[in-house]
Design a protein around this ligand. Structure first.
Ligand code: SF4
Length: 349
């Protein structure tokens, strides 16, 4: 690990100062930005339109903390999971999910997770640290290259549904999205980015104020506080009332509907009481419900519900005019499906 700062931590103003100090034109900032955020170079020697001496000066002062090792696993359904070793030997996972209409990149925001969603394998990892914004960006950059190489198409959608709670690494997630959007860089449309949160009210309100234009998904899993606390114990500190209040704020500012993510667990949230509670919450704000198939993670409490229960939920919501879909998990055979990301690759845990 290098004992220098990653050059990407510098603001354009700081970079400008650096170049002025080196008697260089301040327009070097645009050239560097192009190398960093469009071409995604991994070392200064690749910056071919800079002089040798300038590249040397950059290398003496800064570093580029790029992933040091990436392992890939391919699912029978085409999903690709990437285990990415970071410069400090920690690792995260990212997933590329191809379909006819889109290529989705599912990316991570933290090494491990500090929350305790009982159905999620990542919750068993202690949160080691937040990812820097450039490490979040690098996941997209790499997955985009992979997408072009394997599917001859660019990544079309990004979901923050990998390891970690994105709103608990708020600043880096927002900064990473702004880098993904850079017109002179990847020029990714924020309309195609979804931040999936387990429900951090303060973060939701702050995000509404960012004017990012991205979408919001909330892992709800129960519209009854008592049950939600059993599934996601941290939600004791973020009661549904507070969550709904933040979602109302989100909608009032962004006018973007909410996507509720919902797993139906056998014997836990699959009775009519839970169905009615979900419908009631859905009537508060424009929304859509996405039922997600449960991916067992080897525990005895959580089991997927019976198909009739899904049908019960879907019929009840549809009769009330609430849009809902059911998502079949992808990449389950390589532990790449929702809630399964746990770094089983042998990298440092
Ligand atoms: S579901 Fe998301 S927020 Fe909950 S433990 Fe897993 S990674 Fe963390």
């Amino acid at each position: 690990m290098e004992n220098k700062d990653d050059i990407r931590l510098l603001s354009p103003e700081q970079l400008k100062d650096f170049f002025i100090e080196k008697n260089q034109s301040k327009y070097r900032v645009d050239q560097i930005s192009d190398w960093l955020w469009k071409k995604g170079v991994s070392n200064f020697s690749q910056m071919s339109n800079l002089s040798d001496s300038l590249r040397k000066s950059l290398g003496e002062k800064f570093c580029l903390n790029k992933p040091t090792k990436i392992e890939v696993k391919k699912s029978i359904d085409g999903t690709m999971k990437y285990s990415i070793q970071l410069h400090d030997k920690n690792s995260v996972e990212a997933v590329l999910i191809p379909s006819k209409k889109r290529i989705t990149a599912c990316i991570s925001s933290q090494v491990g997770c500090s929350l305790d969603c009982k159905f999620c394998a990542t919750s068993r990892l202690i949160r080691k640290r937040n990812l820097f914004f450039y490490e979040i960006f690098d996941q997209l950059f790499y997955l985009n290259e992979q997408s072009n190489a394997h599917f001859k198409r660019k990544v079309s959608n990004i979901v923050f549904m990998g390891m970690g709670e994105p709103l608990l690494n708020y600043k880096n997630v927002v900064k990473a999205i702004n880098k993904m959007k850079l017109p002179g860089g990847l020029n990714f449309s924020a309309k195609r980015i979804t931040i999936s949160t387990s429900g951090i009210p303060k973060g939701i309100k702050n995000l509404a104020n960012e004017n990012l234009n991205c979408n919001l998904a909330v892992s709800l899993h129960s519209a009854l506080q008592e049950t939600r606390e059993k599934i996601m114990p941290f939600s004791k500190n973020f009661p549904l009332e507070e969550l709904m209040e933040s979602l109302k704020y989100w909608y009032s500012v962004t006018k973007k509907k909410i996507l509720y993510e919902y797993i139906i667990f056998d014997g836990i949230n699959d009775d009519i009481k839970h169905v009615k509670a979900l419908a009631k919450i859905c009537e508060v704000l424009p929304c859509k419900v996405n039922f997600i198939e449960y991916n067992p993670i080897g525990d005895k409490i959580f089991r997927p519900s019976k198909v009739e229960k899904l049908q019960l939920y879907q019929k009840y919501l549809t009769d009330k005019g609430i849009v809902n879909t059911f998502r079949i998990s992808r990449g389950r055979d390589i532990n790449a499906a929702c809630g399964q990301l746990v770094n089983l690759n042998g990298f440092n845990l």
